[in-house]
Design a protein around this ligand. Structure first.
Ligand SMILES: Cc1cc2nc3c(=O)[nH]c(=O)nc-3n(C[C@H](O)[C@H](O)[C@H](O)COP(=O)(O)OP(=O)(O)OC[C@H]3O[C@@H](n4cnc5c(N)ncnc54)[C@H](O)[C@@H]3O)c2cc1C
Ligand SMILES: NC(=O)c1ccc[n+]([C@@H]2O[C@H](COP(=O)([O-])OP(=O)(O)OC[C@H]3O[C@@H](n4cnc5c(N)ncnc54)[C@H](O)[C@@H]3O)[C@@H](O)[C@H]2O)c1
Length: 461
């Protein structure tokens, strides 16, 4: 006998990501009856606090506190135990904070569309359906598996989630792809004591950054012992017992590298396959992301898509900003849009971190802009003793400034605290604060922001 439970709500959220949960809280507080469906009890709060930003940044912290005399294996196991404790606390907090509200309900199970207003969890017996006039899809992204023969079947294949959760520090890790995820894991695991090799298809790391910045990053990683191979065309993965052999071609020659663990980090794509979007008439792009307009409405105007699933930039704070746009549609004036975003910063959490915003020097030159470029090595910045006080003097700071208006066009900060300092630069860019104003402001001492007092004057071209 079928025992379908039918629930109605004002707003249904599918997926417990940053955008969905933020919207769910605000809508509940505004008196809406909200149902949020999350497929896994291990994922309340979404990717970021469970298997993404939070655990990886905690691992960066732990890896950087390891002393040479620490036993690598024990130190790693203690670190992942610390990560588990934090992520479980965050997960429970995320569930409780929402589910304990009178007009909010969290349902655990994989959701799929039945029609444009109805979503079901489960099939047949015990099926739950939720019907709502407004639906938010926030199902995130998953790793793309490069079509390399032998890769998908390799017993040594590990996902970033598995690497975070294991207590066993791999002896030899090969990372396929030198993007955000690949370089962060390379830096973390090398510092824990693993021998790491990065195989990157592009001719150099970080092809979107200026060459001098990419070179400085490569120097830091290789200085830490990471083996970085760029221009690598990976042709095959062969398995024999305890190791995988990765075969790649570089400059017309065949090479091999062995790994006990193999991490694919060649990009992530929207999670839509299980949603049965056809049943709701929701369209997707050729890459499988949900098609949205600048207000994040899908091809069905009452259905919105937030976060990685809509094919935008894959960062937690973008998913959060997506929630602001959708909430403005549902509760506000309906004006806010993705077109309002200016000077969105990014941070690659290697050690020290690389934080960037705006145009690179090469992008600005390609646009024919009249620019002034300032750059200084962190070790040489007299106004920033902070780097010496924490014994991390590696890196470089670079600013691209409009020579006609003195407005900042972009920055690349490879330096201690860069993930914090970049937010001030981005704010200055958004509010048309000039390079001279930033240079001549008062900052606390000793801090990394003080570098502004000096670096803007180190004009190199
Ligand atoms: C290892 C790693 C490190 C990262 N580090 C950073 C960082 O430092 N800073 C940063 O800004 N970004 C980082 N990111 C990217 C960031 O985590 C994502 O951009 C962000 O979490 C995306 O959030 P979201 O709102 O799109 O959805 P997610 O947080 O991915 O949530 C989607 C949720 O939907 C659920 N779901 C999927 N399908 C269904 C279904 N059919 N039914 C019900 N539920 C479903 C999933 O289980 C998941 O919980 C990192 C990513 C990874 C993988
Ligand atoms: N600190 C952060 O904010 C952070 C950290 C981790 C992940 N993320 C997000 O997650 C997304 C996914 O991360 P990612 O690193 O998987 O993707 P990515 O797009 O950042 O990098 C993928 C890299 O893999 C390379 N590549 C692709 N195919 C390859 C192949 N066959 N062989 C070798 N190299 C290949 C690409 O040239 C690229 O350098 C990021 O773009 C970012 O938005 C953010």
């Amino acid at each position: 006998m079928e025992t379908t439970t039918a629930i109605t709500a004002d707003v249904l959220v599918v997926g417990f990501g940053k955008g969905g949960k933020t919207a769910a809280h605000v809508l509940t507080d505004a008196g809406r009856r909200v149902v949020l469906i999350e497929q896994s009890e291990n994922m309340y709060g979404g990717t970021c606090p469970n298997v993404g930003c939070v655990p990886t940044k905690m691992l960066v912290h732990y890896a950087n506190t390891r002393r040479p005399e620490d036993d690598a294996q024990k130190f790693f196991a203690n670190s992942t135990a610390g990560v588990r404790a934090l992520t479980s606390a965050f997960r429970a907090g995320n569930f409780e904070a929402l589910n304990s509200k009178d007009t909010a309900t969290v349902i655990t199970g994989a959701a799929h569309f039945v029609d444009a207003h109805t979503v079901a969890v489960g099939e047949g017996d015990h099926r739950i359906t939720v019907t709502a006039p407004t639906i938010l899809i926030n199902t995130g992204s998953e790793p793309v598996m490069a079509p390399i023969p032998g890769l998908a079947a390799s017993p040594h294949l590990v996902s970033s989630t598995e690497l975070i959760r294991t207590d066993n520090l791999p002896e030899r890790l090969v990372v396929l792809g030198g993007g955000y995820l690949g370089l962060e894991f390379a830096s973390i695991y090398q510092r824990f004591g693993t021998h790491v090799t990065v195989l990157e298809a592009s001719g150099r790391l970080l092809p979107r950054e200026d060459e001098d910045i990419a070179e400085a990053v490569t120097e830091i990683l290789t200085g830490d012992g990471v083996h970085v191979i760029t221009g690598a065309d990976i042709t095959e993965v062969r398995d024999s017992g305890a190791v995988s052999t990765i075969v790649y071609e570089k400059a017309g020659r065949k090479h091999t590298v062995e790994a006990g663990a193999l991490l694919p980090a060649t990009g992530r794509r929207a999670v839509t396959a299980a949603l049965r979007l056809d049943a709701a008439g929701v369209q997707t792009t050729p890459k499988g992301a949900i098609t949205v307009d600048e207000h994040l409405r899908t091809s069905q105007p009452h259905i919105y898509a937030l976060g990685d699933v809509n094919g935008g930039e894959q960062f937690t704070y973008i998913s959060l900003d997506d929630a602001r746009i959708v909430l403005d549609q549902l509760l506000g004036e309906g004006k806010r849009s993705t077109a309002d975003r200016r000077a969105v910063p990014h941070t690659l959490f290697i050690t020290p971190p690389l934080a960037t915003v705006g145009l690179t020097e090469s992008q600005a030159r390609a646009q024919g802009l009249n620019i002034r470029v300032s750059r200084e090595k962190v070790a040489d910045i007299v106004a920033m003793p902070r780097a010496y006080t924490v014994e991390e003097t590696r890196g470089v700071m670079k600013f691209v400034v409009d020579a006609d208006t003195d407005l900042i066009l972009g920055a690349a900060l490879l330096a201690i605290d860069a993930q914090e300092v970049i937010n001030t630069v981005a704010l200055a860019m958004r509010h048309n604060i000039t390079a001279s104003e930033l240079r001549d402001s008062i900052y606390t001492h000793p801090s990394s922001t003080e570098a502004f007092n000096e670096v803007f004057d180190k004009v190199i071209s």
